[in-house]
Design a protein around this ligand. Structure first.
Ligand SMILES: Nc1nc2c(ncn2[C@@H]2O[C@H](COP(=O)(O)OP(=O)(O)OP(=O)(O)O)[C@@H](O)[C@H]2O)c(=O)[nH]1
Ligand SMILES: [Mg+2]
Length: 182
């Protein structure tokens, strides 16, 4: 595999994490974003995986494009890893709280725990909530946008599909802008 090069002149590296219950699609969202690729079939993440991506994002403060590197942490949802995984949140710039729109009852409320861990480890991290698997969503989202933002002290809420690619890019770009705009 070719080595991923750091963007030339890239001064900023932002640590981003995706967290949430097993099989909500965290790994799939990252693959879609980094490699524009989707694979059917579940391959469990063990512990944590890392990927990095160099991007150009418009800095909302200057209006100019900014080169930066996202260091993306893909944190396992499986409960065998719960003892220490909250420590991954240390020094996070941004966290995506991911639930599954096709199983909201099993994946949405569980995000409270993650939100509490963020508060403890990286209280200044920007938080975006993602309802993934929009392509097979059943019915409504579990709450209105305002309620979701309020509950998780989040700055944005996106419904996405790693499968079709819908709004995946937007969610990451928005995260970069929230961090840059601080
Ligand atoms: N239809 C549909 N399926 C998806 C989508 N995203 C992920 N999947 C499928 O859902 C399953 C779980 O996806 P993963 O990305 O492995 O889930 P994960 O959150 O990384 O799971 P853990 O590593 O156990 O925490 C796989 O079979 C994916 O193909 C989506 O947007 N739409
Ligand atoms: Mg995974």
């Amino acid at each position: 595999m070719p080595k991923k090069k750091k963007a030339k002149g890239s001064k900023f590296a932002f640590k981003l994490l995706l967290v949430g219950e097993p099989e909500v699609g965290k790994t799939s969202l990252i693959k879609r974003y980094v490699d524009d690729f989707f694979k059917e079939g579940y391959q469990i993440t063990l512990g944590v995986d890392f990927l990095s991506k160099s991007v150009n994002i418009q800095n909302p403060k200057t209006g100019e494009d900014q080169e930066l590197t996202f260091q993306i942490w893909d944190v396992a949802g499986q409960s065998g890893f719960t003892n220490f995984r909250h420590l991954y949140l240390k020094k996070a710039h941004g966290v995506f709280l991911v639930f599954d729109l096709s199983r909201p009852d099993m994946t949405y409320e569980k995000l409270d725990r993650w939100r509490a861990d963020i508060e403890e480890q990286s209280p200044n991290a920007k938080v975006i909530v993602i309802g993934n698997k929009e392509d097979i969503a059943k019915g409504e989202v579990p709450a209105g946008k305002e309620e979701i933002l309020d509950r998780f002290k989040a700055l944005e809420f996106f419904t996405t599909s790693a499968k079709t690619g819908s709004r995946v890019q937007e969610a990451f770009v928005q995260m970069g802008q929230l961090i840059l705009g601080e």
